[in-house]
Design a protein around this ligand. Structure first.
Ligand SMILES: Nc1ccn([C@@H]2O[C@H](COP(=O)(O)O)[C@@H](O)[C@H]2O)c(=O)n1
Ligand SMILES: C[C@@]1(CO)OP(=O)(O)OP(=O)(O)OC[C@H]1O
Length: 160
């Protein structure tokens, strides 16, 4: 079978003194996401979805958070590395659909820039990438603005 789907999820805590980076876009906000890398939850979810689609495990297996090489890493670099791992096995991404769950900030104004980054890193057209924002209706830790969550689904294909 030369067509696969993959699913990815990530969540990072919001803290003061960190940049908020989502989809490779730095967003002006009083808090940012905490992590070993730049903590870009959206790109981590997409990376996991890609790896999952071709049974290559997960982001932590390929880019461990115990490895100093990834301290403060740009998650776009990790995403492109995952795309390269898929390419080695003949797979390429077709489309991505993702949801960011963030009580704040409003993400819709930043979606086009995020889409452009993800499309460039995956080597696909911008109309093959969709990024949605949702609040958590003020419920739970997401609703209290303690964290931002990302969910992603990808389709990949292999020639032949
Ligand atoms: N962080 C967010 C949250 C939501 N949006 C936009 O608002 C719409 C309504 O969100 P609800 O959670 O109230 O259903 C949503 O469809 C998005 O267009 C956003 O941009 N950023
Ligand atoms: C990206 C990595 C590696 O720097 O670290 P974090 O930024 O902490 O992100 P996470 O989504 O917890 O898992 C993957 C890690 O291996």
């Amino acid at each position: 079978m030369n067509i696969r789907v993959g699913q990815g999820y990530d969540v990072h805590k919001l803290v003061e003194g960190r940049k908020l980076i989502l989809g490779g876009v730095e967003i002006d906000h009083p808090t940012g996401l905490l992590g070993h890398s730049d903590a870009d939850a959206l790109l981590h979810a997409i990376t996991d979805a890609l790896l999952g689609a071709v049974a290559l495990g997960d982001i932590g297996r390929h880019f461990p958070d115990t490895d100093p090489r990834y301290a403060g890493a740009d998650s776009r670099v990790l995403l492109r590395a995952a795309v390269a791992l898929l390419a080695e096995k003949g797979w390429r991404p077709v489309n991505v659909d993702a949801t960011l769950i963030a009580q704040k900030p409003k993400l819709a104004p930043h979606a086009p820039a995020m889409v452009a980054n993800v499309a460039a890193d995956l080597g696909i057209a911008t109309d093959c990438v969709n990024i949605k924002g949702k609040t958590n209706e003020k419920l739970g830790y997401l609703g209290r603005e303690e964290a931002i969550e990302a969910q992603a689904i990808v389709l990949v294909v292999r020639a032949g």
